[in-house]
Design a protein around this ligand. Sequence first.
Ligand code: FES
Ligand SMILES: [Fe+2]
Length: 330
Amino acid sequence: MSTTELTRFWHPICTSQEVTEAPKRFALLDDDVVLFRDERGAAALRDLCIHRGAALSLGRIRDGKLVCPYHGWQFDRDGACVRIPSRPESSPIPSSARATAFRAVEKYGLVWVCMGEPLAEIPEFPGEVVGQPGWHSFISYREIWNTSAARAVENFMDFSHFAYVHTGILGSEDTSEIEPYAVEQLDDGLRYSLEQVEPSDLYGADGTQLVRYEYTLVVPFTIHLKKIEVGTGRETIISQLTLPRSPKTTELFVFIVRNHSLDELDSKFGDFTNMIMEQDRPVVESQRPEELPLSLREELHIKVPDAASLLYRQRLASLAKVEAFGSYGA
Ligand code: FES
Ligand SMILES: [Fe+2]
């Protein structure tokens, strides 16, 4: 998948609180983006001054304009240079004096950036429950992993590693066999489900609970896991919103959304999820190549347990129309 396709999706870049009047640099698709806030909300530009290549994020905002730190050229939120202070105020400004502006939108407490013409909406949570009465959401885990976004998503999709990476928590070696399961193709992704006993003290007095797992993948890099406790009506959605900083560096925002235990501390749920993520991390960071091979001729696929990840690779490949994923250099 080349830059061209990925630039046409919305990516979660930071939390809303992190975008202030002071310009700040963020990484997206092997590029640098400067974000700042004005009365219209979050604004995003490529963090590069057309004059001599300085980082605009080292500058400041004056009268709503982003002032380059080097020679003080002023850019508006749409990227137009509106003042070159080394020239008389009356002299014309070349139309090519521009910074590249990107779309920026705030949703779910995050700032999302799309570097091109959007191919899709910002991914929704299953049932659109975030912010609804009776539901509570928080960001539980946010870390940068040394891997590609697609490897990190495929890991989150994959439950056949539970018996090994999460032994005694999400599985055990005597329950490692995976029953056949159906994967539904959606316009924007995949959906599949299974039932699983969680030997966790998060559930019930005896410490186990039968849980229905419903996975919803939204291409390219959003994966939701809805856990429905069978017989209790309690639902918890664990969602990984995945930021491709570079082909081999990925930031994960993991949300937990629940309709139960609203008077309990978030950490009761967050600590468990974060521990699971940290168990995954060293294994995923060890995978080579870091970028997910999209040709099904690479790596070795096992029919039943790898069904969902096979389709994920195919979906990314058809999006990319190329076999190698991750060459961001456009
Ligand atoms: S490098 Fe930005 S004004 Fe000169
Ligand atoms: Fe895992």
